[in-house]
Design a protein around this ligand. Structure first.
Ligand code: ADP
Ligand code: MG
Length: 695
């Protein structure tokens, strides 16, 4: 079992038959300690507990049979075949081998008894099994039936099933000698009807013959729940202890000059929505504490997160300290810079700009202003947090589009802002709403606010899916929309992650539209342009100088052009749901009814069809996210590698989502009653270091 308390870690090489070479191969399966084998669960099971009579075999099933060797011969049918005919009195079966040694051939002597397991196939000469697993029985020996279902493990090159079964046998024996400490409170296991950890592990590795295999394949067996529950609990506890750490750290309490903030809100050209007001209150309460805020704002695209961030920044500035806002792309950062400049210049606040592509002189100037504190607000890309950027007194960090930043990045940022006054407050914003249960698991180190309301007057975007053979019709729609004074996006998504193809596709559509719509001004923005060029294109569109903007997915996050009311998305079948939803959120920002056309290349696969149907049926980002989660899994939804969301060994955030509320309750109870128990659970599943560096 995993190290708890003083128990030592057992290296893989302590297992019989494991040398350094095999240990390396096992590491590819994510195994580093002997105990880890217990958590390598079978993918499926085979039933070798029952002997099937040869006379009642059914093609396509995998069965255990036993019989007497009647005949063994090497046949040449194109290639060498070893054919062994066996019989058990009820019928006859052929075993066929394409690869075999002389020694194997000699084993199958007429009159010997053999037990074999394999898939039954129909051939011209009756039933056969190709390369079955087999065993020649010694005199008087009965057929070798298993007393449990046979586990089939995930394998890797050079590690055979038989080997994994042997190793898990060893690990299970070791577990029996020193059973793992039961770390879940009895009240919880009792209430949820879950077995002990050791019983669950044993059952899943060696299920009894009457086990309900289908329930196990669906991941719904109480034994699986038992393991998934504890694993989710371990991750949750680990993140919560990160959160607790923040409560012991110092930050500047931002309490002064609320009247300046109130005036700003009063002078906005619109009234904050109820949801925005609620979230602003939550933020201001956090900021007034002498400990760093760690808050996530979730809000559908267009829900008005930027102004909420601006209010938080203004609070810091009004208290005489610095705020920084970071966006994942230059375009988005520039747009923030423009918005914040418009809002803050009347107040005498000039935001500083910092990006990777900045000229050296401009950069030096920004760095100096950041260092001497004359820049109260800094807007930029991740360049904000690189070497050489020294803040005078950074009190608040806002990170926009958080789904691109994982736990590790969040931690790095916290440490970046640290100075004598403590850590900066942190506000992260995401437009990829994620389902509540997933948020619980992924963001347990953050407090969460949700802007669950759009500004008034927004009309849902009406969405249709159209095969690209009808492209001509769609071009006419663009013509009509622009003739009535509106603007349109024509989006050409990234193809196969290739910038060149990506650019060529956009270029081709640009040509096509320029020719088809000579009376309109068509612009092009793509990922290979220099930031300044891109910016010019976007700006021209924003000012209405361009009516149709052909773009790669660079417009995905953030741009705001309320007069654009039509969006065409090419190759929509290749894109993820959340990404399509984000893109679509670029229209529907003005008073006019907006439309989104999803152009696709038929034939559509099942999942692609479903994706397009979801978008047709709903405009609600949370519904879209839930469906995306079901269709693609959490790694994709959260942006796989960047998120720092760990791989779970047993738990599956989609399948086991129902467990999360109870995991949360249990975690809070354990944290209150025993920090030692909490630490032991984290260690068992995440190792001594904990998955997130600090536990
Ligand atoms: P997102 O949440 O996607 O970042 P933005 O902050 O870009 O959304 O806001 C989208 C648009 O809505 C902007 O033009 C913004 O000025 C406007 N907006 C924000 N809040 C309100 C409000 N309460 N009433 C009207 N318009 C608003
Ligand atoms: Mg935004």
């Amino acid at each position: 079992m995993h190290p708890e308390g003083t128990r030592a870690v057992t290296p893989l090489t302590s297992l019989k038959g494991v040398g350094p070479a095999l240990a390396t191969r096992l590491e590819k399966l994510g195994l580093s300690r002997a105990e880890d084998l217990l958590f390598l669960l079978p993918l499926r099971y085979e039933d070798r507990t029952q002997l099937v009579k040869i006379g009642s075999l059914v093609a396509g099933t995998r069965c255990l049979v036993t019989g007497e060797v009647l005949l063994s011969e090497v046949a040449f049918r194109g290639r060498r075949n070893l054919l062994v005919r066996i019989g058990d009195g009820s019928g006859q079966l052929t075993l066929r081998f394409f690869h075999f040694s002389r020694q194997q051939q000699a084993q199958f002597e007429a009159g010997k008894h053999v037990t074999c397991f394999g898939e039954v196939r129909r051939s011209s000469s009756g039933f056969e099994m190709i390369h079955p697993e087999y065993r020649i029985l010694r005199e008087e020996q009965g057929a070798a039936m298993s007393d449990s279902l046979t586990p089939i493990y995930p394998t890797t090159e050079g590690v055979q099933q038989g080997r994994l079964r042997n190793l898990t046998d060893q690990a299970l024996r070791a577990m029996d000698e020193a059973p793992p400490e039961e770390l879940l409170p009895a009240s919880v296991t009792g209430k949820l009807g879950m077995p002990s950890l050791a019983d669950a592990i044993r059952y899943l590795h060696r299920p009894p013959p009457d086990a309900d295999v289908q329930v196990m394949l669906d991941g719904k067996h109480p034994c699986q729940h038992r393991l998934a529950f504890e694993e989710l609990l371990a991750h949750y506890l680990s993140l919560r202890s990160l959160r607790a750490l923040a409560e012991t750290e110092d930050a500047i309490a931002l309490t002064k000059n609320q009247d300046r903030v109130d005036d700003f809100i009063g002078d906005l050209p619109f009234k904050l929505t109820t949801a925005q007001k609620r979230v602003v209150d939550e933020i201001l309460t956090d900021l007034s504490q002498p400990h760093p805020m760690m808050r996530l704002i979730q809000g559908d695209v267009g829900s008005g997160k930027t102004v909420v961030a601006a209010i938080a920044c203004l609070k810091a500035i009004a208290c005489g300290v610095q705020a920084a806002i970071m966006a994942p792309t230059e375009i988005l950062a520039e747009q923030h810079w423009r918005n914040f400049s418009d809002w803050f210049r009347p107040l005498g606040i000039e935001p500083a700009w910092l990006s990777g592509s900045q000229k050296a002189a401009a950069r030096r100037e920004s760095l100096a202003a950041i260092a001497d504190g004359s820049a109260k607000l800094v807007v930029g890309t991740h360049a904000l947090f690189q070497e050489g950027v020294d803040f005078s007194q950074l009190a608040l960090v806002v990170i926009d589009e958080q789904h691109r930043f994982g736990v590790h990045q969040r931690m790095a940022l916290r440490d970046k802002g640290i100075d004598s006054a403590g850590h900066p407050h942190q506000l992260v914003m995401t437009a990829t709403p994620i389902p509540r249960t997933l948020a619980m698991a992924a963001y347990a180190d953050l407090d969460t606010s949700v802007i669950d309301e759009l500004p008034p007057g927004r009309q849902p975007v009406s969405t249709i899916a159209v095969p690209d053979s009808r492209r001509g019709e769609i071009v006419e729609r663009v013509r009509a929309a622009c003739a009535s004074g509106q603007q349109a996006y024509w989006v050409c998504p990234l193809i196969e992650e290739s910038e060149i193809l990506d650019y060529q596709a956009a270029e081709a559509s640009y040509q096509m539209l320029t020719e088809a719509l000579p009376e309109l001004r068509v612009g092009l923005v793509h990922g290979r342009m220099r930031p300044a060029e891109k910016e010019r294109g976007m700006q021209a569109f924003k000012e209405g100088l361009i009516q149709v903007l052909v773009a790669t997915t660079v417009i995905e996050v953030g741009v705001d052009v309320p007069n654009a009311s039509l969006m065409i998305i090419e190759n929509a079948e290749r894109m993820g749901l959340s990404q399509l939803h984000q893109l679509r959120g670029r229209v529907g920002r003005g008073a006019a009814q907006s439309h989104c056309v999803l152009l696709y290349k038929p034939p559509l696969g099942r999942i692609a069809k479903e994706r397009l149907a979801v978008l047709r049926d709903t405009n609600d980002g949370f519904v879209v996210a839930q469906r995306d989660l079901e269709l693609r899994g959490p790694g994709e939804l959260l942006g796989t590698r960047q998120t720092g969301l760990p791989d779970y060994r047993v738990a599956n955030l989609v399948r086991d989502a129902d467990l999360m509320p109870q995991v949360q309750i249990t975690a809070e109870a354990i944290r209150k009653s025993s920090t030692e128990r909490a630490a032991a659970i984290v260690r068992r599943w995440l190792g001594d270091a904990g998955r997130y560096g600090k536990v």
